[in-house]
Write a protein that binds this ligand. Structure first.
Ligand code: SF4
Length: 431
């Protein structure tokens, strides 16, 4: 049937439950998104802004809207922040002057949709959020059921061209490639491991890591065989057997026992996390990140030259506080990891072992850093450590690392130079 051009455009999207409830809290936000980073401006918004003749906006645009050399229409320019990190369009009442003067339609895609992130997976719409927004982080982390998927109608777009570009992951028409099918199943399976009864977030993370290792092992084995010697049906069957093993609770329990029995040593993980934390501590940080990391530095005495002191304080705080806290608040880490998996779609790297390994290692390092920082704050605050501090830890980490792609790339590069960039390092960090 031909499409009715007058029909209302209202696609259905899948999103986590917390995002359905999300509303920007504006001036009540503990750390507005209008501060502390680079805001990318798409080409259409850039042109619209340059055409504004009304004062005082025109003057502010001349100072703060900067053209980038990039020829990418989604990143045509950026907003130059003030010296204190604030957006140059932020008024004294901490509200956006563009939105106040011209309405929400005049905002760039980045500002208009933040913290939402749009995806299209085989034509299905999905919406996620970055937990760099304090309110999104609060909603996502404090409710154990926050990640339950819900179907929501997207009412705010008049037609398909208004949907933000977002991440697209599809395989075109025709018979889907094995790498595409395998990637989708891998993605769903990695997420589902976090739903297994009785498993903690780090158990699920460890099982996911073993799964990624096996998948990469299989892909490398295939690459070593003569081209075309393993028919498509055989590859699908092999993968389906591999995946089904990780759906078996008995198999997973046994595997976890093996992982727990691996010799991890007591130095490598805390020393590495201390080094990364000190690297982050040297950076320009948002106020919340500086306060939170200040507590970690004080709790673990990271500013002292002696690594041994930091290691002992971390081990003691972990022994005294971590297990109890994780029993009552384990869903906070779980939700952070599921949200990260969903927004980065790690399975799309299926078939490229280095990219898949790096994407998973990135997730493991962030999970280990969050735990290290939580324990560091517990070392300082003891039983006075609160869930609000855990929420702040996640949005501070998200702002200081996840929005700067160069940072984690630099960490992986350093690991490479030291010969420790591998999933084996991931196992040690998880333990
Ligand atoms: S960070 Fe989130 S809650 Fe805060 S001002 Fe931005 S969108 Fe609103």
């Amino acid at each position: 049937m031909p499409e009715d051009p007058m029909a209302k455009f209202s696609p259905t999207a899948q999103m986590p439950r917390y995002l359905q409830a999300f509303q920007c809290v504006g001036p009540a936000c503990p750390e507005t998104c209008c501060s502390g980073w680079r805001v990318t401006i798409d080409k259409a918004t850039f042109k619209k802004m340059k055409a504004i003749g009304d004062e005082p906006l025109r003057r502010r645009i001349a100072i703060h809207l900067v053209k980038d050399d990039d020829s990418n229409p989604a990143a045509w320019g950026h907003l130059q922040m003030e010296d204190n990190g604030d957006c140059g369009f932020l008024d004294a009442d901490r509200l956006c002057s563009i939105q106040k003067q011209l309405g929400a339609n005049a905002l760039s895609d980045t500002c208009n949709h933040y913290p939402r992130q749009f995806q299209q997976v085989d034509g299905e719409h999905r919406v996620q959020a970055t937990l760099s927004c304090p309110e999104a982080a609060r909603l996502a982390l404090t409710d154990a059921e926050a990640m339950a998927p819900v179907a929501v109608t997207l009412e705010q777009f008049a037609n398909a061209s208004e949907l933000p570009p977002g991440m697209r992951w599809n395989d075109g028409a025709g018979t889907p490639k094995v790498s595409h099918l395998g990637g989708r199943v891998l993605h769903d399976l990695l997420v589902s491991l976090f739903d297994a009864p009785g498993l903690g977030a780090f158990d699920a993370l460890a099982l996911g890591l073993m799964l990624v290792r096996r998948v990469n092992g299989y892909v490398q084995e295939l690459a070593a065989r003569p081209e075309g010697s393993t028919p498509r049906e055989q590859r699908l069957q092999d993968l389906s057997e591999l995946f089904s093993r990780f759906m078996d609770a008995a198999h997973n329990t046994q595997l976890l026992e093996v992982v727990r029995g691996l010799e991890a040593g007591t130095r490598f993980a805390p020393d590495m996390l201390r080094t990364v934390t000190r690297m982050i501590w040297q950076r320009r940080l948002t106020a919340s990140a500086r306060t939170m990391l200040g507590d970690v530095v004080a709790g673990l005495r990271l500013d002292e030259a002696d690594e041994q002191v930091a290691r002992e304080r971390w081990a003691e705080a972990r022994r005294l506080h971590w297990d109890d806290w994780a029993r009552g608040h384990g869903h906070m880490l779980r939700n952070y990891l599921v949200n990260s998996l969903q927004s980065s779609l790690i399975g799309r790297h299926f078939g490229t072992p280095q990219a898949l390994e790096d994407a998973y290692l990135d997730l493991v390092i962030r999970a280990a850093l969050v735990r290290y920082w939580l324990i560091g704050q517990m070392a300082l605050h003891g039983d006075a450590f609160t869930p609000e501090m855990a929420v702040r830890t996640v949005y501070a980490l998200s702002r200081s690392i996840e929005h700067d792609r160069r940072f984690m790339a630099g960490v992986l590069q350093t690991m490479d130079e030291q010969g420790i960039r591998s999933l084996a390092t991931g196992v040690v960090l998880i333990q």
